[in-house]
Design a binder for this molecule. Structure first.
Ligand code: ACO
Length: 469
C-alpha cells in the first residue's frame, strides 16, 4: 500500500535556535568562520593555523562548541574538499540542540526539562513525568486528566496483532517480538506517515505510549503459554502493565501498592537520558521522515543490545557467579587485574554516583520488604562498599550506575530476565518521541548522513571470473 504523500517543507520551529550565527559572507561557512584578522578582538573564538598553507582561521565558539562544518574552509587548493572532523561513536560531537534532558556527569545531575530527577522520583508519577518530557511543562490538573484519559483509551491492540505474535516461536525473546510488533503497528495506522500534521503526530504518540505495555505484556504471556490479559482502564499505567503480565484467574487484579509505586519510579528514572544509543537511532531513522512506529522499532532494536539495555542482566549473572559475600574480595582482585569487569559500575557520562542508582537503592529496600530479601543483595552491597574505597575505582571515577540494583528489584518482583530490556523500552518510549518531535521541528536538522574516511582500494577494473588468480 503506498504511503500518503509527505509535505516537502517543514513548519516553523516552536523555538528558535539560540546561537547568534552571523550571516554568511564570502569565504565563511554557515557557522561564520573567516580568515583570522585580529583574534584578540573577540574572546569567543578559536584561531587555527593550517600549516600546510600557512593560513590562519578564526572559528566562532558558541555554547562551548565549534561547528564541525567550519574547518571545511581550510583547503589546500580549489580541488580540496576541506578538513573534516573524525569522531567515531560521537564521543565529542553534539548532534543536536535539545531542551529535554540535562546531564552533568561530573556532578551526578540529571534533570528533565529542568526538574531534578530526585524531585520527580519523589513527587511525580510516570505519566505526569511523561507529559513533562513530551510537552516541556508540568500539566495542570485538567491537562493531566485529559492526558491520562488519552493514554488509557489507546491501550487496546488491533486483534490481528495477536495473530502476528502467534507467528513467533514459543521461545522468542520478548525484545525481538517488541521490535517487530511495534514496527507492524505502522501498517495499521497509515496516517502516521503525516509526521508534519501536529494532530496526527499527537495521536501516534498517545498510541505508542499506551500500546507499548500491551505489546510487551502480550509477548510475555505468549512466551509462557498463558492467555492474554486485556488492559484494565481503572488501573494506573504501571498497575495495568502488571495486570496484563501477571493476572491469572482472579476477577480483578490489583498489584501491591509498594510494587506498583516501585515500578512507576523505575519508569520515571528510565524515561529519557538525552543522546544515548537508542535515542540517537530514533533521531537518525526519524530524520528520513519515516513514520514514528518504524523509528521506535529502530530505537527498541538499539536498546536490545547488551551494551545498552542489557547490562542489568549481566549484573545478576555476575552476582550469581560470585555466589557469596566472602568471595567478593577475590572478584574485586580479578576486576583490578583486568580479567573481568564489575558490571553495573562505570558510565560514559557519569563520573560520579549515577543519581538514578541512588534512588533505585532506596526502592530496592521497599521492594525487598514486601517480597522478602534478595540473597544477591548482600553481595551487591559488599561489592559497592569495597569498590567505593578502593583506589582502582576511585581514580577511574567508577561508581554504581542505574543497572547495578535495578536487576535485583526486577528479579524480586518476579520479572523474568528476558523482560529486563522490555522494562526499559516501555518508559523510554516517551523520551524517544519527545526527541523525535524536537528533531522534526528543528530547522537546523536534515536527514542524518555522516561522512566517512574511505580506506578501501583505489579505482580498479572489473576482471571476468576466469581471468582472476
Ligand atoms: N569494571 C572495571 N573497570 C572498569 C569498568 C568496570 N565496570 N568500567 C570502566 N573501567 C575501567 C576501564 O578498564 C578503564 O581503565 P584503564 O584506564 O585502566 O584502561 C577505565 O575504567 C575507563 O573505562 P572505559 O571503558 O574507557 O569507559 P567507557 O566510558 O568507554 O565505558 C562503560 C563506560 C561501557 C559503561 C563501562 O564503564 C562498563 O563497561 N561498565 C560495565 C557495564 C555497565 O554497567 N553498563 C551499563 C551502563 S549504564 C546504561 O547503559 C544504561
Amino acid at each position: 500500500m503506498p504511503r500518503a504523500p509527505q509535505p516537502v517543507t517543514k513548519p516553523q520551529p516552536e523555538t528558535k535556535p539560540q546561537a547568534d550565527v552571523k550571516p554568511q559572507a564570502e569565504g565563511r561557512s554557515r557557522g561564520g568562520m573567516k580568515a583570522a584578522a585580529a583574534p584578540a578582538e573577540r574572546k569567543d573564538a578559536l584561531t587555527i593555523t593550517d600549516h600546510r598553507t600557512g593560513k590562519s582561521y578564526e572559528i566562532p565558539i558558541q555554547e562551548g562548541t565549534i561547528r564541525a562544518l567550519d574547518p571545511r574552509q581550510t583547503k589546500t587548493g580549489p580541488d580540496d574538499f576541506g578538513l573534516m572532523t573524525y569522531d567515531p561513536a560521537f564521543t565529542n560531537t553534539a548532534s543536536c540542540r535539545s531542551r529535554i534532558t540535562m546531564i552533568d556527569g561530573d556532578k551526578g545531575i540529571l534533570n528533565y526539562r529542568g526538574y531534578p530527577i530526585e524531585q520527580l522520583a519523589e513527587q511525580s508519577t510516570y505519566l505526569e513525568t511523561a507529559y513533562l518530557i513530551l510537552f516541556g511543562e508540568l500539566p495542570t490538573r485538567a491537562q493531566y486528566d485529559e492526558w491520562v484519559h488519552n493514554i488509557t483509551h489507546h491501550t487496546i491492540l488491533h486483534e490481528n496483532i495477536k495473530k502476528y505474535i502467534e507467528g513467533f516461536r514459543y521461545d522468542a525473546h520478548p525484545m525481538g517480538m517488541l521490535v517487530s510488533t511495534v514496527a507492524a503497528l505502522s501498517t495499521f495506522y497509515k496516517e502516521a506517515s503525516n509526521i508534519f500534521d501536529p494532530a496526527s503526530r499527537r495521536r501516534q504518540e498517545y498510541r505508542l505510549i499506551a500500546k507499548m505495555p500491551t505489546l510487551a505484556a502480550f509477548a510475555y504471556r505468549y512466551s509462557v503459554g498463558q492467555p492474554y490479559a486485556y488492559p484494565d482502564n481503572e488501573l494506573s499505567y504501571t498497575a495495568n502493565f502488571l495486570n496484563m503480565l501477571f493476572k491469572m484467574t482472579e476477577v480483578k487484579y490489583r498489584p501491591h501498592p509498594v510494587l506498583e509505586r516501585a515500578l512507576d519510579v523505575l519508569f520515571i528514572l528510565h524515561a529519557d537520558h538525552e543522546q544515548n544509543c537508542s535515542t540517537n537511532a530514533m533521531r537518525s531513522v526519524g530524520s528520513s521522515h519515516v513514520d514514528p512506529y518504524s523509528a521506535v522499532a529502530a530505537a527498541v532494536a538499539a536498546l536490545y543490545g547488551p551494551l545498552h539495555g542489557g547490562a542489568n542482566e549481566m549484573v545478576l549473572r555476575m552476582l550469581g557467579e560470585i555466589g557469596s559475600k566472602e568471595r567478593v574480595p577475590d572478584y574485586i582482585r580479578r576486576v583490578k587485574e583486568g580479567q573481568v569487569r564489575l558490571m553495573g559500575f562505570g558510565h560514559r557520562v557519569y563520573k560520579n554516583y549515577d543519581p538514578r542508582a541512588r534512588i533505585i537503592k532506596q526502592i530496592a529496600d521497599q521492594v525487598f520488604e514486601v517480597m522478602g530479601p534478595n540473597p544477591l543483595l548482600d553481595i551487591a552491597l559488599e561489592l559497592e562498599r569495597i569498590a567505593l574505597q578502593d583506589d582502582y575505582f576511585i581514580t577511574r571515577k567508577l561508581y554504581p550506575n542505574v543497572d547495578f540494583y535495578s536487576g535485583l528489584i526486577y528479579q524480586s518482583m518476579k520479572f523474568p530476565v528476558e523482560m529486563f530490556p522490555v522494562l526499559f523500552a516501555i518508559p523510554r518510549t516517551v523520551g524517544w518521541l519527545a526527541q523525535w518531535e524536537e528533531m522534526l521541528l528543528d530547522q537546523e536538522q536534515k536527514i542524518a548522513r555522516p561522512r566517512q574516511i574511505y580506506t578501501g582500494p583505489a579505482r580498479r577494473d572489473y576482471a571476468p571470473m576466469d581471468d582472476r588468480l
